[in-house]
Design a protein around this ligand. Structure first.
Ligand code: DAT
Ligand code: MG
Length: 140
């Protein structure tokens, strides 16, 4: 066991907000024992999304992904806890919602709707460096 209190960025993507799943997603985060530190409702613009998804620029799914993320409000959570970065990624499940494990947010609540984009409900930072960068983008 290690002590490694961290903060991570969780986004409830436009599909999650539109489907009224913001509360259910926060319920799972809190039920796991993590703490909500800050929350914002954001209509993201392309500049913010370009910075957020800079690592994916040039990939075939980049444009549909940014269009989707711009399509409606997003709820941003700043969440704290010991090892919360990997812990939330585990709660979220794998990227493809069709095959994400049951019991996870994506596995229980999301699926492939046959659209040109993965509507997988949530984003979670994937490393301490990414979390710092992303929290500054969405909260500062
Ligand atoms: P994650 O959100 O699980 O960290 P990621 O960072 O690799 O996944 O990708 C960011 C988002 O881009 C992901 O949530 C959905 C979309 N995406 C990723 N890979 C994709 C693919 N092969 N086809 C379509 N969309 C994809
Ligand atoms: Mg990612």
């Amino acid at each position: 066991m290690t002590t490694n209190v961290e903060e991570t960025l969780v986004l409830v993507k436009p599909d999650g907000v539109a489907r009224g799943l913001t509360g259910e997603i926060l319920r799972r985060i809190e039920a796991k024992g993590y703490s909500l530190v800050d929350v914002r409702l954001v209509q993201a613009d392309r500049d913010l999304l370009a910075e957020h998804y800079a690592e994916h620029l040039g990939k075939p799914f980049y444009e549909p992904l940014v269009d989707f993320m711009e399509s409606g409000p997003i709820v941003a959570f700043r969440v704290a806890g010991n090892r919360v970065i990997e812990g939330f990624r585990s709660l979220a499940g794998t990227t493809d919602p069709t095959t994400a494990a049951p019991g996870t947010i994506r596995g229980d609540l999301a699926r492939d709707w046959g659209l040109n984009v993965q509507q997988n409900l949530v984003h979670g930072s994937d490393s301490p460096e990414t979390a710092r960068r992303e929290l500054a983008l969405w909260f500062d």
